[in-house]
Design a protein around this ligand. Structure first.
Ligand SMILES: *Cc1c(COP(=O)(O)O)cnc(C)c1O
Length: 409
């Protein structure tokens, strides 16, 4: 059976026509579930056939505040009538506020704005390399960055070059040198990998795409201590784990760890625009001088308006508290699933990876779709749950009822 007929088999009416059009004319670099969404509000979305679904993926955490949050829509609308793009050839009247407030949220000095997550990771890599040459005295062209097994940092050629996921990497070489990979969660392996030419350790404090993989307790503190001791930068990719998802502003907060740079994206744009940033102290960020890095759209006023509103929403702590409280519900309900159907799960805040038994994650997600619940599989048998932080408790409970029934318990 072709992909096309398989997908159409699940869909009907307007969905079938829309999916056929996508299959014919959009590159097949994704394998979406057979549902065509046309409208959203909060944690709910509606498809082109008028069916309602509860969104338990939230754009991989880009939609932490749900669909069309009134504060974010108002901020976007107001800015749409003022100014949307200047390029960095000129100043705009929002970049200063955006940078100051994002930096303050991170407890750091300076922000370099970009658009997508991958661009922010690339920016952090360039920053660390230059810092290594200028500040640490690493010989030019020799800088090394230690990365983790199971990492996901985006899709550029440099980034997929240090991935160990064959699908992400194979066929896209040759790759950028200068990366060393060690097992995630293994502080001893990291200690061994760091040498005089190491400029940074790049890691996700929780691996999202990897299946919500939480490192052992104390690991982030050990990474922090090693980085400080050996004079290398700790770069925390909080693109998916940050901005409230885990019940704290940053996943690093769970161990009381402050990295040398935060890499932010996804929810920073409020689910409306791609907005990303690298945040660091002045002594590190100052390695960039005019002309050495940039982006046409980075720091544009519309993006800044979204980022400012997102930071202000996070400042009250209410979304972090929701993630904590609803996360307890999620954890309790996942723990109730029978061992015959679920091999295990990992959860922190409103974020979980569930390993199913005897079925593919895809098959379970297709079953959930028929029940009006949207979730996404990763790595074969894992289902990733990342509901919008605005989800109502009763809706979350209903979705978890659907999961329990779908798994046949
Ligand atoms: C999604 C993600 C990225 C890449 O972000 P894009 O906006 O898709 O480029 C990088 N790192 C992590 C941890 C992510 O989850």
């Amino acid at each position: 059976m072709t992909t096309k007929s398989m997908d159409l088999g699940e869909a009907a009416g307007a969905s079938a026509a829309a999916i056929a059009q996508v299959e014919a004319h959009a590159a097949h670099n994704y394998h979406p579930l057979p549902v065509v969404l046309a409208r959203g509000e909060g944690a709910w979305v509606w498809d082109v056939d008028g069916r309602r679904h509860l969104d338990l993926l939230a754009g991989y955490s880009a939609l932490n505040f749900g669909h069309l949050h009134p504060r974010l829509v108002a901020a976007a609308e107001a800015q749409l009538h003022r100014l949307t793009l200047t390029s960095r050839a000129f100043h705009n009247d929002l970049l200063g506020t955006f940078a100051e407030e994002v930096a303050a949220l991170c407890g750091m000095d300076m922000v370099l704005p970009m658009n997508t997550g991958a661009e922010a990771v690339e920016t952090a890599i360039k920053m660390a390399r230059k810092w290594g040459y200028e500040r640490k005295g690493v010989p030019e062209g020799r800088a090394k960055i230690v990365v983790m097994g199971g990492n996901f940092h985006g899709r550029t050629t440099t980034i997929v070059g240090f991935s160990d996921d064959a699908a992400a990497r194979d066929g896209f070489g040759p790759f950028t040198p200068g990366f060393v990979r060690v097992p995630y969660g293994d502080a001893a392996a990291l200690a061994e990998a760091i040498d005089d030419q190491t400029v940074a350790v790049l890691l996700e404090p929780i691996q999202g795409e990897g299946g919500v993989v939480i490192p052992p307790d104390g690991y982030l503190r050990a990474v922090r201590a090693l980085c400080t001791e050996r004079g290398v930068l700790m770069l925390a990719d909080e693109i998916q784990s940050g901005l409230g998802r885990t019940g704290e502003t940053f996943a690093c907060d769970h161990e009381g760890v402050v990295p040398d740079a935060y890499i932010l994206g996804k929810a920073l744009g409020g689910g409306i625009l791609p907005v990303s940033a690298v945040v660091a102290d002045r002594d590190v960020m100052s390695v960039f001088r005019p002309g050495e890095h940039g982006s046409t759209f980075g720091g544009n006023p519309l993006a800044c308006a979204m980022g400012i509103e997102v930071v202000r929403m996070l400042r009250t702590g209410e979304f972090q508290a929701r993630a904590r409280d609803l996360g307890e519900v999620l954890r309790r309900r996942l723990a109730d699933l029978p061992a015959s159907r679920v091999a295990g799960f990992r959860a922190r805040g409103l974020w979980a990876g569930v390993d199913v038994v005897g079925r593919t994650g895809r098959d379970v997600c297709e079953g959930l779709l028929r029940r009006g619940v949207l979730a996404k599989d990763t790595h074969g048998s894992t289902i990733r749950l990342a509901p919008p932080l605005v989800i109502e408790r009763a809706d979350l409970e209903w979705a978890l009822d659907q999961l329990a029934e779908e798994l046949g318990s």
